[in-house]
Structures are given as structure tokens and as C-alpha cells.
Design a protein around this ligand. Structure first.
Ligand code: KG4
Ligand code: ZN
Length: 383
């Protein structure tokens, strides 16, 4: 395998689609990461259910995406024919939404005869910090990523494009899921994280001590289900009565403190597992939490590392990160003389372990990428 001396430029602009959970998003990026248009629609249909309903999500993506793509092109002042490459989250996530988004993106790529990049949604979160201008001085590899959202809770060693090691993750609920469930118990709306954070500001946690599952244990796995059960037990005596606001606020504050303690402890262990890390990055909706951010910033400081959390719009699900991951992938492949943007045969999948992203670069090691690249249920946990 010979390395190309001057890699071909990234075909741009890149049209990117995100539909792996409950946000329908589309973005257009220039080859250098400049965002030319960025649209996100949050689905309201889940609110009465207090969580994401996959069937509702898939139908809402189907209803919204064509017009959203049209609107994104309009926002960028472009026609479809101006697009140089197409990308879509192709896994992991809710399969119905992935089929809708990746299917539409592939259709656009085929119709325009443009490259298509199948993007791993977690890889997109992992690379977001490298978007030009986000982290002062840039986010150079290797760095530690804490991904905490409604669907994900894991620590990832980000060592290069396509080079990821999952150091640990939740063994039950994701952190955001715990926030949402506790919010529901406290009679707050969905999504619950912001409501719990707001209520916690006025609460005294002291009368409501809660456990910190896995605290101090080796490794950096997370567990939140015991904490959630403990909250339910604290609330049990009030069943049937109106919950006094001071009680709700105290429990919210205590719960948030417990989550911050757990996450800080687990990330401290992850940093020990990755002594070569040059930066700590937090992403995902829960990274919006002020108390958690403050703890993580202090932790990074204690390790002599900078801390970065992309702005909320790029922390939560969005299509800019999908377009940027596609650009990084194309660049990395081309720098190595490998083909890129030939992913039309790659099928949407609910699970897609990050470690499999190295398969794109497998030809360098004399191996062809496996045609399956993990078809769904064959995989171990990969979220
Ligand atoms: O990344 P995200 O928008 O979607 C995915 O789950 O992929 O994350 C949403 C999650 C929800 O569980 C929400 O309750 C939580 O992030 N969240 C927060 C805060 N803002 C959003 N959790 C705690 N504090 C917040 N301020
Ligand atoms: Zn996500």
C-alpha cells in the first residue's frame, strides 16, 4: 500500500443527516468544517410518554426529513446539485430512524452520483471537539471523551480518526435516562435533566442522602439504577400526597450531587486508565449540567489537563457532528491512499461498536473490511 503524496481534497460541501434518536437534523459543512447551514427539529410526540418511543420517532423523522433537507439547502443558499458528498448517522441508534435518515441520504447520493459516508453516531460525538474553533488551540489526539446523554454513558479513549477504545460505560441506565426518570418521579416534565437542575438550585441535599453506586470501584463503568431506586424510596412516604416543593428540591439537589460524584469518580479512573490523554472532553445532553461541568473542569485541572465541552447545540444530537465526522473520515482515508465515501452497501444498525471503525483502515493491514461490520444483534453491547 503506497501513501498518496498529496491527497485529493474532500468533496464539499457535505450534506449530513442525523436521525438516530428523537432529533431530526440536517447540516451542510464546507471541507474545512465551516457550518453553512444547521437545522434541528426536536420531536414533541414523546412528551406524554416521558421518554422516546421508537415508532413515534421513526414516523416523525419520515414526516420531517425531506422538508428539513430542503430548508437546510435553502438556508445555505444552495441547490442539491451543489452538494459534493452526503453523510448520515447509520448506527448505533433506533433502527427505524436510522433507516429513514440513511435511506434518504443514500438516495440523494445515488441521484447526484456523489460519495456517501456512513457515520457512526458515537464517533461523531467523539470527534465534535475537533471542529475548528471549538477548543482553544484545537483538540489534538489523544483525548478522553465522556459521553453522557439520554442514550449513552461511556468513557472513550479517542486516539485518532477510527481509533477508539471504550474504557467503560453504564451497566444499566444512561445518566440522562436517570435524570429523566427522577424528573418523572418528582412530577417534572420531559426531558427531565434541565428541570431537575433548575429545581436542585433551590434545594438542600443534606436531609436526603443517596447512594453512589460503583464509587471507588476499579475501572470506569457506571451504574445509576440503584440511585434511581433510592430516590423512589425517599419519595415513597409522600405517595398519594402533594409533594412539598422543599422536599422535591432537596431530593433533586441530592440526586444531582450523587450523579456528579459518580461521574467525577468514574472519569478520574478513566484518566488513570489513559495517562496519555492531553484533554478531557464532555459531550451529550447531560454535559449541559452546570454542577457536572464544574466538577469535570476541577477534575481535569487537578490532572493538569484542559477541559472542553462543546456548546450545547453541538453537545446534543445534531447533524453538524455527522458532517464533520464524514470530513475527518474522508481526510484520514485519503491521507492513507484508501478509498472513502463508498458506503452505500453499509446497512443501518442499532449497535455499532466504536472499535469496528478501525476496519475502514484494515486494507493497510492487508485485510479487507468485513462486509458485515457488525449486523445488529450479532454484536456485544456497543452503545
Ligand atoms: O444528547 P441528548 O440531547 O440526546 C440523546 O439522548 O442522545 O441528551 C438528552 C438527555 C436527556 O436525558 C436530558 O434529560 C439530559 O440529556 N439533559 C440534562 C440537562 N440537559 C439535558 N441532564 C442534566 N442536566 C441538564 N441540564
Ligand atoms: Zn447522541
Amino acid at each position: 500500500m503506497t501513501l498518496s503524496s498529496s491527497p485529493a481534497p474532500v468533496p464539499a460541501p457535505v450534506l449530513a443527516i442525523e436521525s438516530s434518536c428523537d432529533d431530526t437534523a440536517c447540516a451542510i459543512l464546507d471541507a474545512d468544517g465551516t457550518v453553512l447551514a444547521d437545522t434541528v427539529l426536536s420531536q414533541a410526540g414523546h412528551v406524554p410518554f416521558g421518554g422516546v418511543v421508537p415508532e413515534i420517532a421513526a414516523r416523525a423523522h419520515l414526516a420531517a426529513l425531506p422538508a428539513l433537507v430542503r430548508r437546510t439547502l435553502d438556508d445555505a443558499g444552495m441547490r442539491a446539485a451543489d452538494i459534493g458528498a452526503v453523510a448520515a448517522s447509520t448506527g448505533p441508534g433506533l433502527i427505524g430512524g436510522l433507516i429513514v435518515g440513511a435511506g434518504l441520504a443514500k438516495g440523494v447520493a445515488v441521484a447526484l452520483d456523489r460519495p456517501f459516508v456512513a457515520v457512526n453516531h458515537i464517533e461523531a460525538h467523539a470527534l465534535t471537539a475537533r471542529l475548528p474553533g471549538l477548543v482553544p488551540g484545537g483538540a489534538a489526539f489523544p483525548y478522553l471523551l465522556l459521553l453522557v446523554s439520554g442514550g449513552h454513558c461511556q468513557c472513550i479513549a479517542v486516539e485518532g480518526v477510527g481509533r477508539y477504545r471504550r474504557l467503560g460505560g453504564t451497566i444499566d441506565d444512561a445518566a440522562g435516562e436517570a435524570f429523566d426518570k427522577v424528573a418523572k418521579m418528582l412530577g417534572l416534565g420531559w426531558p427531565g435533566g434541565p428541570a431537575v437542575e433548575a429545581l436542585a438550585r433551590e434545594g438542600d441535599p443534606a436531609p436526603w442522602p443517596l447512594p453512589r453506586p460503583l464509587l471507588g470501584r476499579p475501572g470506569c463503568d457506571f451504574s445509576f439504577s440503584g440511585l434511581k431506586t433510592a430516590v423512589a424510596q425517599k419519595l415513597a412516604p409522600f405517595a398519594g400526597d402533594a409533594l412539598p416543593r422543599a422536599v422535591a428540591a432537596g431530593i433533586a439537589a441530592s440526586f444531582q450531587d450523587a450523579v456528579a460524584d459518580i461521574v467525577a469518580d468514574r472519569v478520574a479512573h478513566a484518566l488513570e486508565m489513559m495517562p496519555q490523554a492531553t484533554l478531557l472532553v464532555a459531550a451529550g445532553g447531560v454535559a449541559a449540567n452546570g454542577a457536572l461541568r464544574a466538577r469535570l473542569a476541577a477534575l481535569a485541572d487537578a490532572h493538569g489537563l484542559p477541559f472542553a465541552a462543546p456548546p450545547l447545540r453541538l453537545c446534543t444530537d445534531n447533524a453538524v457532528m455527522v458532517g464533520w465526522a464524514a470530513i475527518e473520515t474522508i481526510r484520514a482515508c485519503r491521507a492513507l491512499g484508501l478509498p472513502a465515501g463508498q458506503d452505500l452497501d453499509l446497512l443501518p444498525r442499532p449497535r455499532w461498536p466504536l472499535e469496528q471503525m478501525a476496519e475502514r483502515f484494515a486494507p493497510l493491514h492487508g485485510r479487507a473490511p468485513s462486509s458485515s461490520m457488525c449486523p445488529s444483534s450479532m454484536c456485544p453491547d456497543s452503545m
